[in-house]
Design a protein around this ligand. Sequence first.
Ligand SMILES: Cc1ncc(C[n+]2csc(CCOP(=O)(O)OP(=O)(O)O)c2C)c(N)n1
Ligand SMILES: [Mg+2]
Length: 556
Amino acid sequence: MSETISGGHLVAKALKAEGVDVIYTLCGGHIIDIYDGCVDEGIEVIDVRHEQVAAHAADGYARITGKPGCAVVTAGPGTTDAVTGVANAFRAESPMLLIGGQGALSQHKMGSLQDLPHVDMMTPITKFAATVPSTERVADIVSMAFRECYHGAPGPSFLEIPRDVLDAKVPIEKARIPAAGHYRASTRQAGDPEAVERLADMLAHAEKPCILLGSQVWTCRATDAAIDFVRSLNVPAYMNGSGRGTLAPGDPHHFQLSRRYAFTEADLIIIVGTPFDFRMGYGKRLSPTAKVVQIDLDYRTVGKNRDIDLGIVGDAGLILSAAAQAASGRIENGAARRKEWLEELRNVETQAYEKRLPRQLSGAQPIDPYRLVHEINEFLTEDTIYIGDGGDIVTFSGQVVQPKSPGHWMDPGPLGTLGVGMAFAMAAKQARRDKEVLCLFGDGAFSLTGWDFETMVRFDLPFIGVIGNNSSMNQIRYGQAAKYGEDRARVGNTLGDIRYGEFAKLLGGYGEEVRDPAEIRPALERARQSGKPSLINVWVDPEVYAPGTMNQTMYK
Ligand SMILES: Cc1ncc(C[n+]2csc(CCOP(=O)(O)OP(=O)(O)O)c2C)c(N)n1
Ligand SMILES: [Mg+2]
């Protein structure tokens, strides 16, 4: 008798081969054989309270570790609950695999429990979605899904595995089990060498260049290349998304508040790994006379929504290194000439900072949200991973909070999904126990997935949760007030006055209520000391809005 192996065990073997050491899941009868396989392979099983959280955690794990994340959910409602997480990963270019259960093939389309057309639902929001048709092919198709995650800009894949396929046992020699390191190649592309030469030329001639280091700088782990590029060529750098923290605050090439000025005044703008989407005003806010260069992993992003002078498709790190190298061969690469340009931007930066500082230090009660985000920024260490999950309060933080290290900033990305925070905190802490994790929530965002605070307690994943509580969905409320007037603005956006600090305690964590701005810092310190998952519920003024909310392009 030859040795046999079941589909669930083949899934676990394929995950192990990929280096995945944890799955995020919510159980169901369709998928339990995968758990049994994980036991054999030493893969941790983190069971959450909502499948959306499982999918967001897989997305977060991918961002933090550079390995694909994996969520496993049951058929039907388990899979539909996870749709938002997959969609978020799709827009954020995050490589994750969602495995969904499915009714048995032998009952295909007979109306089995929880049967739905999952693959049809997932196809538009994944890079690859398929049904696994036979037990022998389980590990093979999992490895195929991982290959697809890394085609161009990364993204999610989806597999549904029918229950009889998962549970059946086949002779082990009949199953294809791809071996670690032998079933997919590096997809890093160097970029067209001629285009790289042209970029070096453009840099040599530029008087006022600037560069935007977007999320793909982190995806490509291009931090060193980016730092070398901006230093050797003396180019001011702005960062967004996961690119934040590429340069540490205080670095002479780190700029933030003068971005709009730079985009208007620059003669060369290099956009790395970020699309011309709503966050970039669809590219319309760049000076019409500036030369624009776009570097991206995805050819479909380059030149989308606005014309460019040069596009290069490929890996941010390889391209920035090659361009710096090509420019260093020139007698004059323009670096020295740009001293005044950097000073000009620094002045704009300093003025903007000083103008806002009184708000950041405000002693007002109710608390000015600027004060809260200022205190958080001061509190962050080089080893604190910062996560933003909310509306207006997170818009405030985008202006003020500066992560101190690369890869230490997490936001949902262009889907703008509320509810990612708990899941990202879970993945970040689980993958990097050596790091501190701080998540700023809006009270609205928190309540979408807040029950998973219990998972943080159960798995002993301490983190500092801060809620900017305005008892409202304030970002939307602002839009309603602006459009319909104050007297019609309180519709569909008002939340209860919830003492979330008590909620944390109820679930076994640490919690506090803060109403006095002077108490923010001490409360944060106590949360840090507690060594528990914590919620510091900070009551902020609902009547003030972030400039970013007031200027939002959402309705325009
Ligand atoms: C899942 C989801 N639902 C709805 C929205 C729309 N939305 C954007 S901001 C916002 C308000 C969020 O409220 P809160 O988290 O309390 O932050 P605040 O604006 O009050 O600071 C809403 C509902 C969204 N982005 N994501
Ligand atoms: Mg709110």
